[in-house]
Ligand binder design. Structure first.
Ligand SMILES: [Mn+2]
Length: 249
């Protein structure tokens, strides 16, 4: 194509995001904040289709340089041996199945993982951990974790544990976060270590030690990114890991 400007392709890391089922309207959706956060970090967001089809999911696992396991429906408690709440709208069995499959694929291919809220909870359950199905009923606390306080509002503080990747990334030991969850990690699955804890002792951040970037947070940094420096730094660290891995491949 001499004399013409060739479009540059395959320069930016491609970041997969789990879909959320919006059944009433026949849509699957992602929160727009994720798209903006990823584009702002000079990467390309790609929403996965909501499907259990393994061939399709394999294509996306291969295509993506990193994976965001985003928030969404509750994890079906039957997966960790508890009873379902009576509201079927809480759950998305297709997402539970596809997410488990994608986690295995991304772990096997050693690509970076950033898990948020439900994403972190599901990761823990997938590796054999358990959850509080409803914090309000099962955990004594004065903090309102399922709080309706707007996207940016700080609901509670977390203590970020020194020496953990999260502390290395954001460089703070006390940090204010939002909170939109009524499930929470109860028993931590064996590959994980805790990196953040809320004031009432709930696990709010986890990671897997080792070379692969696997980080989960219970809050929603994508919603705080416009006016919270640390949220931007968090996304940037994840995308940087994706870019570095991509360049090695
Ligand atoms: Mn919380």
């Amino acid at each position: 194509m001499e004399g013409k400007t060739t479009m540059q392709i395959n320069q930016k890391p491609k970041i997969g995001i789990m879909p959320i089922n919006f059944e009433k309207m026949g849509f699957v959706v992602v929160r727009e904040h994720f798209l903006r956060a990823i584009i702002d970090c000079d990467a390309v967001p790609i929403m996965l289709p909501r499907t259990e089809d393994r061939d399709t999911l394999n294509e996306f696992i291969n295509l993506c340089d990193g994976m965001v396991f985003s928030g969404g429906h509750d994890v079906n408690p039957e997966i960790y041996g508890e009873e379902k709440d009576d509201n079927p709208e809480f759950y998305d069995d297709v997402r539970d199945v596809m997410e488990g499959y994608v986690i295995d694929g991304v772990i096997e291919s050693e690509k970076p993982i950033f898990a948020i809220c439900r994403g972190m909870q599901f990761l823990n359950v997938h590796f054999g951990g358990t959850l509080y199905t409803d914090i309000n009923k099962e955990y004594k606390t004065d903090i309102e974790h399922p709080r309706d306080h707007g996207f940016h509002g700080i609901a509670h503080n977390v203590t970020v544990l020194k020496g953990t990747p999260l502390h290395n990334i954001i460089g703070k030991t006390e940090y204010g976060v939002n909170s939109f969850h009524h499930q929470a990690i109860k028993d931590l699955a064996s590959p994980f270590r805790v990196c953040a804890v809320s004031e009432d002792g709930l696990i709010e951040g986890v990671y897997i030690p080792g070379d692969q970037y696997v980080l989960g947070v219970q809050w929603h940094p994508e919603l705080m990114i416009d006016d919270d420096e640390e949220s931007r730094i968090l996304f940037d660290s994840f995308i940087t890991a994706c870019r570095n891995d991509m360049n090695k491949r």
